[in-house]
Write a protein that binds this ligand. Sequence first.
Ligand code: ATP
Length: 442
Amino acid sequence: MYAAIDDTDNQNEMCTTYIISQIAIKSKYDIIGYPELVRLNPNISHKTRGNGALNINLGKGKGNKKIVGKLNDKYIYSYENIEEEPEADEVMDFIYGIVSDYYVREDENTNPGIVVSSGRFHPQLYQKALEDDIKLEFIENYLDGKAIYRKINNGHGIIGASASLAWPGEKITYELLDYKYPHYNFLQRDIKLSMASIAEKYKSTFNNIDHANSYAAIFPKFKTPVIFGVRGVDSHDLLKAYNDIKANYNINDDGFIIFKTNQGTDDHIVNEPEYLFDLGSYSITVVISSHPYNIQGGHFFIGAKYKNIDINLAAFEPTKEFRKIVASLIPGDVVKAYGSFSSGTVKLEKLKIISLSKNLKKEPPVCPNCHVKTRSKGKLDYRCPICRRRYKNPEIYTVPRGIKEGFYEVPVIARRHLSMPLKLINYFGEENDMYNWNSGNR
Ligand code: ATP
């Protein structure tokens, strides 16, 4: 029986993943498979942080058993298969009790939603939750007769909760989250950086540290029960990284849970759609149509054409060194741009330079008799300052571009949870054609 929850926290407190850890440790049921942390549309305005929704499958387990966590010195196991499913109402009462104990009660903008369902939902709902801003009534109609749900406050969390159960899990990564309730003491920056370096030393881990910007990405930006989170594609390596960190640093944690996630999968990206919609995220092949320019605050823009539509590509200040790539593009370059679309602008997450055009410059020719550069006297009129001889044609030369074809990505410090890092492109493959049947068709 799947139990899904969302919208239990606010900027300053709690994390819905922690509530899952409490469900896992307090449950009289077995856990089937991994608990799931599913990231949804990164472009909607009413998210708290990374727009993550959670679910866990509960029942009587059978088959192989593996460790998915450890809390208060007790290992948490998960079974491969389910033998017997509990009653939905019984699971709902249990989950409702835990959510009621932990959600941020004093914040009226926290709107928890719980969905309990014996089956998963159609991936089309997941795709919609990655591209659109879904209305509450839509989800209530959707759930009618399919699953039971409970709302606290306006219960907006049932949207994310339902969408998490529609994730087909075609591309999978993992995150090990380490907890201390209500939050951990201050850790010094250099300690944080060396802990994050341990997390990133595996071939299978990603987005854990930004060396260039000295940023330890395993730590949350806000005070929550999460001490750190290590991301990777191999759950065994996450356990090794956790043990390694614990062996090297005296971290007094409550314990950890490993989540199966869609982080780093580019699932939000629709490849080469017919139309671009606000709130959508795309990968599109464009021809650069203007020279780059920057505005106050260090944000860089460049004009481009996608299927006869004029758009802009943007690299904002937080994308740091990536802005140099945008700044070195010129008209005629062909690039594949990845990012979210809003008001005619793609906010770049990564870029593949497909072909570079020649940067040709004109200069007055050198006079062959006097060996000095001629002077321009108007259009196609160059005159030697010594012998006064006139020439019509300028000298054309190619300026080296100083940039190569290939992929470039924003640094970890500016990376979105869903964005596929280049480190994973060989692992997952480049094109995201999985759900294109839905694109441009809303
Ligand atoms: P955290 O990352 O800490 O879990 P969050 O960023 O996920 O926080 P929430 O507090 O969970 O933020 O709020 C997100 C809200 O947006 C939830 O109510 C969820 O149901 C809703 N939501 C998620 N995706 C969509 C969508 N595509 N359309 C409309 N609402 C959505």
